[in-house]
Design a protein around this ligand. Structure first.
Ligand SMILES: [Zn+2]
Length: 426
């Protein structure tokens, strides 16, 4: 009898506790749903304000189909959070004139750094994607220590010169040549900087012990993201960027998305273009990197000058690839020869890429940025003589109009979309 009573009591308590627990979980989940909906509504309003640049509460209500009270509460929250500001008072259509909202351009900043073997260019970009600060650090980078030192100097300069309030920094973005493991923020291998398995987040944690998220990018990816988001017509969905500077790099946007491979990929610079060609720093012979780009161009120009070729260049020391391209286009005999030889090889490489990927557009960037129509004309002649006719009819070739700045714009867009403008709640 005593046991029966205890059993009944136990069952009552069990049901009571389970129903209490169930109610508690249901309440929590309702709250979580409510919080998520609130977050998503706020973020969609924020993103509409960002896209439209200037918008009134009435237009936000019409566009989101949220109630005027909800829009009013959200805009008020966003202003309090300093993400949105009241820009001006609009024109009245009878009643009270509307308040026009816009993004606060200085709500947050991204430190975006571009690394090359020659050093770093550090910038600060605001939420309106204006580059507000830039500083060049010309210390050569050739191993892990010099890379770490340059990153530290870049971040220190940016913070001291421009933004001392570290809380306003949304993230640190770094573009690096080489194979990138995006998932783990790691440079798997970079032959030009002589680094292997370099974890960017660990280094940023050492430099700035304030939990700042590090975003790593392959150099050509950062450049293409910028061009794609800030300069291209929306009709382009399959675009390839060819970066020509200290080597030859490539990036690919497929169906509107950056194409990434887990262990890196698209090492166009190490495509064999001449099996008997010069030794490449990767250990193979005749890679595109070893025959096209700055160092091979300077070496070849030096040979031509020694052979007596006519040129306005008297000394190759300190000459940049851009200078050789410019002089070549202007008709300098020796520079023009260098350019023609390199163009031919690069054209073969690009034709192979078009025959594999059939992109809508090829962007020539790096040293070729802003180089003009003549470069495009010459490149088209070489490339299209080697591509399938149907492919060449569909493919455009441009030179980059944004130049290297597209790298900072592309990186900061990714950082802000992951922090300020994100649509998924963590
Ligand atoms: Zn190679």
């Amino acid at each position: 009898m005593k046991d029966l009573k205890a059993k009944v009591l136990y069952n009552i308590l069990k049901t009571w506790f389970s129903s209490k627990e169930r109610k508690r979980v249901e309440k929590l989940s309702r709250k979580a749903d409510k919080d998520t909906i609130k977050f998503l509504n706020r973020q969609s309003v924020l993103n509409i304000i960002r896209k439209r640049e200037e918008i009134s509460r009435t237009d936000l209500t019409n566009e989101t189909r949220l109630s005027p009270t909800t829009i009013s509460a959200i805009t008020s929250d966003l202003v309090k959070m300093n993400l949105v500001r009241e820009i001006r008072v609009g024109e009245s259509s009878g009643g009270r004139p509307p308040v026009i909202f816009g993004i606060n351009p200085n709500a947050a900043y991204c430190i975006a750094i571009r690394i090359t073997p020659k050093g770093a260019l550090v910038t600060i970009v605001n939420t309106s994607f204006k580059i507000l600060y830039r500083k060049e650090i010309g210390t050569p980078i050739y191993n892990e220590i010099t890379l770490k030192d340059t990153l530290k100097a870049s971040i220190t300069h940016a913070l001291e010169d421009f933004c001392e309030d570290i809380d306003l920094i949304s993230g640190i973005a770094v573009s690096i040549p080489g194979l990138i493991d995006y998932e783990n923020s790691t440079v798997i291998f970079c032959s030009s900087l002589h680094i292997e398995n370099f974890n960017l987040q660990e280094i940023i944690n050492e430099i700035m012990p304030s939990n700042k998220k590090a975003y790593i990018f392959k150099d050509a990816d950062a450049l293409l993201l910028g061009e794609y988001s800030f300069d291209l017509d929306a009709a382009y969905k399959n675009v390839i960027y060819i970066l020509i500077e200290n080597g030859v790099g490539m990036s690919y946007i497929h169906s509107g998305k950056l194409f990434k491979l887990p262990q890196g990929g698209f090492e166009l610079g190490h495509m064999t273009i001449d099996p008997t060609g010069p030794l490449c720093r990767c250990g193979n012979k005749g890679c595109l990197d070893a025959m096209v780009s700055e160092d091979p161009a300077i070496k070849r120009l030096k040979e031509l000058l020694e052979e007596g070729s006519i040129s306005s260049v008297k000394e190759v020391k300190g000459l940049r690839y851009e200078d050789i391209i410019e002089l070549g286009v202007q008709g300098d005999q020796a520079c023009s020869t260098v350019l023609q030889e390199q163009f031919y090889l690069l054209g073969i490489g690009i034709a192979n890429i078009i025959n594999i990927f059939n992109p809508q557009l090829i962007i020539l960037g790096g040293a070729f940025s802003h180089s003009g129509d003549e470069i495009v004309k010459q490149m088209k002649q070489i490339v299209f003589s080697k591509t399938l006719k149907t492919f060449s009819e569909n493919t455009q070739i441009y030179v980059s109009r944004l130049g290297r700045d597209s790298s900072f714009l592309g990186m900061s867009k990714t950082v802000f979309e992951d922090s300020i403008f994100k649509m998924i709640k963590n």
